[in-house]
Design a protein around this ligand. Sequence first.
Ligand code: UD1
Ligand code: UDP
Length: 361
Amino acid sequence: MKIITIIGARPQFIKAAVVSRAIQENNLISKNTKIEEKIINTNQHYDANMSDVFFKEMHIPQPHYNLHLGGGMQGAMTGRMLENIECILIDEKPDYVLIYGDTNSTLAGALAAVKLHIPVVHIEAGLRSFNMNMPEEVNRILSDRISTLLLCPTDTAVKNLKDESIISGVYNVGDVMYDAVKFYGNVAKPTELVKQLAMEPYFLATVHRAENTDDIDRLRNIMRALEMIGETQRVILPLHPRTRKIMEMNKIILNKVSVIEPVGYFDILFLLKNATVVLTDSGGMQKETYFFEKPCITLRDETEWVELVQCGANILVGADYNKILDAVRKNKVSENVFKEQLYGDGNSGQKIIEILQQRQK
Ligand code: UD1
Ligand code: UDP
């Protein structure tokens, strides 16, 4: 069986690490069909600390193709990716194309494959925010519509697809990000810089979503709230390059917050594990905060990870200064909320391989 995996953005490196590992295990120990995986990296994310660090730490196989297509406008970026991926798929003729999540790389991969009648396998299918202003929501809905196998992380995701009459090829395999935390959480070692910063109690924050960075009022409100928290509490903010650039352009300066460069996976696991509270607009970090049994304050108006809000582990505060500070004041979450296995059992990678193997028979 031949698979082409398409990745390009930070969270996709982390998710694909899990499945590549499961493929390698399949090839080593199982009597199943061997799987040949070739990776296309669109390089949507290209800075070393947004990309290379994950390949090194997580031992992701080197991509066969690096396309260097990051940056620029949404449409242009997606179009360039589509054109380049199509050429590769014509040459490689894979049995399946694997795509992850909801980025422009995801949609470009799905479109290129479906037009060549290559079955698309969407990992992290079925998530919905019901906010079509988000580029991610557009990418997900379109990718799901043209996928052959829709591998969902939650029951909610399965139901979302059912509501759109997508039933065939749908499986709940759990969340590959839980596999990643379980596996790498045991081997991760932080850097000295991060260890030093984490010596005293701290809140961990990340901000990068378009709805927060491209709306300057929202961005100012969030940063003003982080500054206020920083008056009495260490706040560590590994800053996404998108946000850094927009803050620099708009002269938004933080004096009370420990702003650092984006960190690698090992550092972020350490920071999540030892934080008092996490404030974030990241999809992945909402779940990771749950895995580390910490309260999450989500800087968004809605979330795809609704089960976290329902169980009380996560509170949505948008970009509202008062709501953010209010949530910080009431940051207690009962330990019981972390007892449920909302995202599977940490064996999603293996389940994905089993589904592919069964389909091949
Ligand atoms: C993308 C995804 C988003 C995901 C995020 C993960 C889309 C539409 N968005 O958003 O869903 O949550 O990745 O982090 O695909 N930049 C750099 N260096 C880098 C990467 C980005 O400087 O290594 C800067 C560039 O100025 C770039 C901007 O960040 O233009 C935005 O990058 P882009 O990949 O378009 O979107 P993200 O905000 O990263
Ligand atoms: N992450 C990281 N370093 C950082 C910030 C985040 O390794 O400085 C990890 C984070 O723990 C999660 C993934 O990147 O596993 C999430 O990516 P991001 O927040 O960029 O995207 P999203 O999940 O919102 O699409």
